[in-house]
Design a protein around this ligand. Structure first.
Ligand code: ADP
Length: 284
């Protein structure tokens, strides 16, 4: 409560009495602390946005420098009528691809925020999609060994193949990226209880236990990932979770810091298979 007191004077200036006001200010305090909380939240949002903008500009600039160097070399050589190495062109193209993929992630994230990421599901054989992704990432494999534990039966799901390929690519690319010393990346696909179960395991840096549940949040990057050694915007898993969940599936992670991580995706099989509720994470 808030107490105020005002004395009342008579004609000769003596105190004759007074008026006391006792006010219940619970609501006012509540409103003030609510205002402070909103203010703190707004400041935090501005900080996150500023951090993100500086990371995003850095990430976008990183491939731009070598790209413009390679283009300058090409221009010089062509002007002198010299031989141009196909590898110079190829590297320029890879830098361009990196920039395109960052921009696509930024666009996808804002489409998700606006509820406008369109899905075009069609009957899809998941094992074919996995093979396609592994083939297209062959040049990023480096010194990793890749194993695909393929199912005996075809695994048919009703998904947008382009978007599901994006999820798989993201998981396999992360497995390569966060296992800086190579090792084996295992992709496994099988079906059980009406679900297609896919997992991607690596023997990399792993994820601190208290950060695992935050991985799928927008912009989140775990603290064992320094921006310098592992580039990234923290959007891939956020986009992947949205895509998987909008197909009626689940995505989750198991990880041991220093030993590796396994990302799991469960998707409903196409009609014909018995349905199983996805409220629980299978196998956990
Ligand atoms: P990015 O890789 O661009 O940071 P992602 O959304 O793909 O964004 O991943 C978010 C974070 O999750 C990463 O920054 C990293 O901390 C963690 N992470 C993802 N995959 C792995 C993995 N295979 N091993 C260890 N950490 C991982």
């Amino acid at each position: 409560v808030h107490v105020r007191f005002a004395p009342c004077f008579n004609a000769v200036g003596q105190v004759e009495g007074g008026i006391g006001i006792v006010e219940d200010i619970t609501e006012r305090r509540r409103a003030e602390s609510e205002r402070e909380r909103l203010y703190r939240e707004a400041q935090e949002a501005v900080r996150v946005r500023d951090d993100f903008l500086s990371i995003a500009s850095h990430e976008l600039k990183t491939p731009l420098t070598p790209l413009s160097l390679r283009l300058a070399t090409l221009e010089r050589r062509l002007a002198r009528g010299e031989h141009v190495e196909p590898s110079t062109l190829r590297q320029a193209r890879l830098h361009l691809l990196r920039i395109t993929s960052l921009i696509n992630d930024l666009l996808d994230a804002s489409r998700i925020e606006a509820g406008r990421l369109a899905l075009r599901p069609e009957p899809t054989r998941l094992e074919g999609l996995v093979k396609q992704v592994l083939h297209s990432l062959e040049s990023e494999r480096g010194d990793h060994t890749v194993h695909f534990d393929a199912p005996e039966q075809p695994v048919q799901v009703n998904v947008d193949p382009f978007r599901m390929e994006q999820v798989l690519s993201n998981l396999v690319e992360n497995a390569f990226k966060y296992s800086p010393h190579g090792g084996t990346v295992r992709v496994s696909l099988r079906q059980r209880g009406g679900l297609a179960l896919l997992s991607v395991s690596d023997e990399g840096i792993g994820i601190p236990p208290d950060q695992q549940r935050l991985l799928f949040d927008r912009y989140f990057r775990a603290r064992n990932v320094s921006a310098r050694s592992f580039g990234g915007l923290g959007l891939g898993l956020y986009i992947s979770r949205d895509i998987v969940e909008r197909h009626g599936g689940r995505i989750w992670v198991e990880s041991e810091p220093g030993h590796g991580s396994t990302f799991h995706v469960a998707l409903p099989l196409m009609a014909g298979a018995p349905a199983q509720p996805l409220a629980q994470e299978p196998e956990q």
